[in-house]
Design a protein around this ligand. Sequence first.
Ligand code: NAD
Length: 361
Amino acid sequence: MSLFETLAESGHEQVVYFHDRDSALRCIIAIHSTVLGPAIGGLRMWPYANEADALRDVLRHSKEMTYKAAIAGLNLGGAKAVLIGNPETDKSEALFRGLGRFIDSLGGRYITAEDVGTNVEDMDLIHQETGFVVGVDQVHGGSGDPSRFTALGTLHGIRACMQFKFGHADLSRASFAVQGAGQVGYHLTRLLCESGAKVFVTDINEERVEQVVDECGAEAVPMAQIYDVEADVFSPCAMSAVINEDTVPRLRCAIVAGGANHQLESAEFGTELERRGILYAPDYAINAGGLMNSAVELEGYDEERALRSVARIHGIISRILTRAAAENIPTWQAADRLAAERIAAIGRIRLTYTYNDPRRR
Ligand code: NAD
């Protein structure tokens, strides 16, 4: 399939390749949609085996960002950037500042942020060359690392799921199996334990597990056993595709709700969860807290406003669950429908105002 055919199929607006020989910069930016506003999406740095893998990754993730921003109620579109290289060895000031200049040349169609392989320091370097970046350090007026807000948003979503499934949202009466004690998993485990919940946790990194056991009072579980734990909620907060053929039959939970991206290996496993009576909180809706926090930065960062914005995830998840029940469809499909409907409706309004209202010319 040609690139234009691929873009036509996925509905992408633009794909841009950037190259700089001196800094070895090789970056692809995919802008999926600017219908709701400037397209926002993280910058992922990864040693892709080849260019085709990098392109596939950036196309997939940028489309999802469109849906994430739309369901979160933001006036932003979706995009993603991938930087081909090893984050451990290939970073330099020139690389990120060069990328900053390229991003600036897009004139605000694309706004970048941190993602896998990049961090606040990298965003600060980009910020030296462009204002089209969020997640920069607080000293530059930014909001820094978004993971605390991702975890908080996930907690709001978990409460909505519990209310729907159990008729109460009392965390102290519930148990949780958290996969991953990294940035999001750590903050989520801490919040759950502070609310009196019973939390089982695992991570490939033993030090991280020790930290949450010591600091929060969570109970460690061997990595391979996390799917078998009898807990009310299984919360994936580590890798993608953990809901798959092997794991679904093992789950002993009533709810799957976590911060990880791409939890379903494919949509059919979301449907299979529903069939087994397990409620699934669509990943891109429940983990939008970090994005909502970063979006506040675009208007001048204020933590109070960010916290209020992130709290909306409770209502967003409730709406998805209600819609799924009303139409007898899986929750992942209800989320997709709600996001697509907002894009279509607001897109129409924007077009009308742009061309008919003299105040908006
Ligand atoms: P992180 O790298 O800080 O944490 C991931 C953790 O998972 C690490 O501690 C790692 O050791 C652990 N891990 C890796 N493989 C594992 C395995 N097989 N079993 C158990 N643990 C394993 O990343 P993060 O920022 O906490 O992100 C976690 C997930 O949430 C990712 O899917 C990410 O895309 C998603 N997410 C993060 C944010 C954010 O604000 N950081 C926002 C939206 C979505």
